[in-house]
Every structure is written in structure tokens, then in C-alpha cells.
Design a protein around this ligand. Structure first.
Ligand SMILES: O=C(O)C1=N[C@H](C(=O)O)C[C@H](O)C1
Length: 308
């Protein structure tokens, strides 16, 4: 039996705010987490995703980030997903067990083992071990342009039939025959969440259950509305909002994620600094300006229009 279906709607993979001298800024993170769930109407949060610069956080910082996000999720009765990305199966199991012990984590977001490229059988064996020994529901993160490992529809289907695997974050960069096959007959209790921001609207149109979208750090309410529109079959307004948000996503991803997003959040006064840790470099002022010009939520646009 799969755990209850929690994976519909918008999940925001929060950035990790830093100070100008690159220290963690937990108060700013707490504000972002609260806003995403209250004003933004997100279904849940993702801590320690790619967008969180998880690769450059210390173990202690990771625990702090999870604590802050878990507190917000508890306060709003929202599910928390936590990223666990490693190509070391045993280390992943240890991390999953630690997270499971806290009782605060609804699921872990786990990529196909990055860099090692173990092949599809190795990837399946990796997830089977995590499912059997990790003690947490798993969301498979299918993102071959980052991991170097492609997954066929057959492998995704096999993963979807593992009892602990509750969904996939689908970020293959394409909505093609494989995507349509996946969406056409997902395994029971297996949610498909979009993870390519620029094409989230067509993926939702084709039946995805929701999305884990870095762009939703900005204009959270509009991304939540986009998902809701498609789920209500309101194709006309969904198409228009989807096209508008695709322009925003293109601008936010003009430089490596999350550099532009942090620049925009800083320009909006929502985080204390646009700072990112090496090997990322802060986004150019030009990219931030272009994205910031598209970053105002529709409700704010309407209010500004009425006041003018
Ligand atoms: O952190 C995430 O989760 C996401 N990361 C992706 C990336 O940086 O490749 C983008 C996606 O929107 C969510």
C-alpha cells in the first residue's frame, strides 16, 4: 500500500538566503517559507533542493534549513519534502533515516545517482535499497541534464511500483512520447510533478499532478493558480497565465539557478542579500532587472493598476 496521496499542487523549492558574508539567514528563510504557504497558497515546501544550493551547505546548516521549513509546514499543516542528493547509496540511506526520525518530513526528493551514471538497472537497485531501508516515502528526481543518467518509461514505471515511491519530479526537458506514456498510465499512487519551469503549463495540460518549481519562489500565488486552473480544466485562462509565467521562468533561468531568483528576491527586499556560494557567481544586474520586471504577482499588478 502506498502512503496517502499528498503530491498534488505546488511545492516551492525554497532558496537558502545568505547574508552578504555568506552566512545562513534563517529568519529570512522562515519568512519565505511562511509567505509561500500563506499568501502564496503553495501546497507544500521543498527544502534542500538544487535551488537551495544544498551542495554547498554544511551538515549543520542543512539541519537548520530543515528545522525552519518544518516549523512553517507544521504551522500550516503542509507537507515538507526534503532533497537528498548523493551518488552514495549507503550515505543516502543514513540521511533518509535521520530525516525519518524527525517525524516532520513527508517525503524525500532523490535524484538518480548523479555523476556515477550507474545505468538504469543500477538506478533501480539504488532506489530499491532506499525504498527498503530509508524509512521515508520517495520522490524520484528525473533530471538527466544534471545527473547524466536517463531513465526510460519502463524504469520509471518499475520505480513507481516500489511501495515507498510516491512520485516523480519530471524534469527531462521534453514533453515527448515518453512523457505522454508516463502521464497516460502512471502507477497507482504515483504522482507526476513537473520540474521544468518553462514547460510546466503544457505538462499540466497533459495531466501532471502539480509541480516543484524554482520560479515559484517568485509569483508563488500565480504558479499555484496555474496548477489549479489546469486541474479545473480551465484551459483558456490557464494557457494565458502559463505563457506569461513561461516568460518569467526563461528570465529567471537566464543564468544558473538560483542566482537570478536570489537577485530578484533581494531586489524585492525579501532576502538580505543576493549572495550565492561558489562555484555559483551572482547573476548580472541585467538578468536580475529583466526578471524583476516580470516578477510582480497578478494581484499586485491589479492593485497597482487600480491605484494608478
Ligand atoms: O531545487 C529544485 O527543486 C529545482 N531545481 C531545478 C534546477 O535548478 O534544475 C529547477 C526546478 O524548478 C526546481
Amino acid at each position: 500500500m502506498k502512503p496517502d496521496a499528498i503530491l498534488t499542487g505546488l511545492f516551492v523549492p525554497l532558496v537558502t538566503p545568505f547574508t552578504d558574508d555568506l552566512r545562513l539567514a534563517p529568519d529570512a528563510l522562515a519568512r519565505l517559507a511562511d509567505e509561500a504557504l500563506s499568501v502564496g497558497g503553495a501546497r507544500g515546501l521543498v527544502a534542500l533542493g538544487t535551488t537551495a544550493e544544498a551542495a554547498v551547505l554544511t551538515a549543520e546548516e542543512k539541519r537548520a534549513v530543515v528545522r525552519v521549513c518544518a516549523a512553517a509546514c507544521r504551522a500550516h499543516g503542509a507537507p515538507l519534502i526534503v532533497g537528498v542528493g548523493t551518488n552514495d547509496t549507503a550515505a543516502a540511506i543514513t540521511s533518509l533515516r535521520e530525516l525519518a526520525q524527525s517525524g516532520d518530513v513527508a517525503a524525500a526528493l532523490v535524484p538518480a545517482p548523479p555523476y556515477t551514471r550507474p545505468g538504469e538497472a543500477g538506478t533501480l537497485a539504488h532506489f530499491t535499497a532506499l525504498a527498503e531501508h530509508g524509512g521515508l516515502p520517495l520522490v524520484v528526481y528525473d533530471i538527466p541534464y544534471r545527473t547524466g543518467q536517463t531513465l526510460s518509461t519502463g524504469t520509471l514505471d518499475a520505480l513507481g511500483h516500489l511501495p515507498a515511491v510516491v512520485g516523480v519530479k519530471y524534469a527531462t526537458g521534453a514533453i515527448d512520447a515518453a512523457a505522454m506514456e508516463l502521464l497516460g498510465s502512471p502507477a497507482p499512487g504515483f504522482a507526476v510533478l513537473g520540474g521544468d519551469d518553462a514547460v510546466i503549463s503544457p505538462l499540466l495540460a497533459a495531466g501532471a499532478d502539480g509541480g516543484i518549481l524554482a520560479s515559484a519562489n517568485v509569483r508563488t500565488a500565480d504558479y499555484a493558480e496555474l496548477i489549479s486552473l489546469w486541474r479545473r480544466d480551465a484551459a483558456g485562462p490557464a494557457r494565458r497565465l502559463g505563457a506569461e509565467l513561461a516568460r518569467l521562468s526563461a528570465a529567471l533561468f537566464a543564468e544558473p539557478n538560483p542566482t537570478v531568483i536570489k537577485g530578484v528576491l533581494h531586489a524585492q527586499g525579501r532576502i538580505p542579500s543576493p549572495a550565492v556560494r561558489l562555484p555559483l557567481l551572482a547573476a548580472s544586474a541585467d538578468s536580475v532587472r529583466r526578471a524583476a520586471a516580470l516578477a510582480t504577482d497578478r494581484t499586485h499588478q491589479a492593485r497597482q493598476g487600480a491605484a494608478a
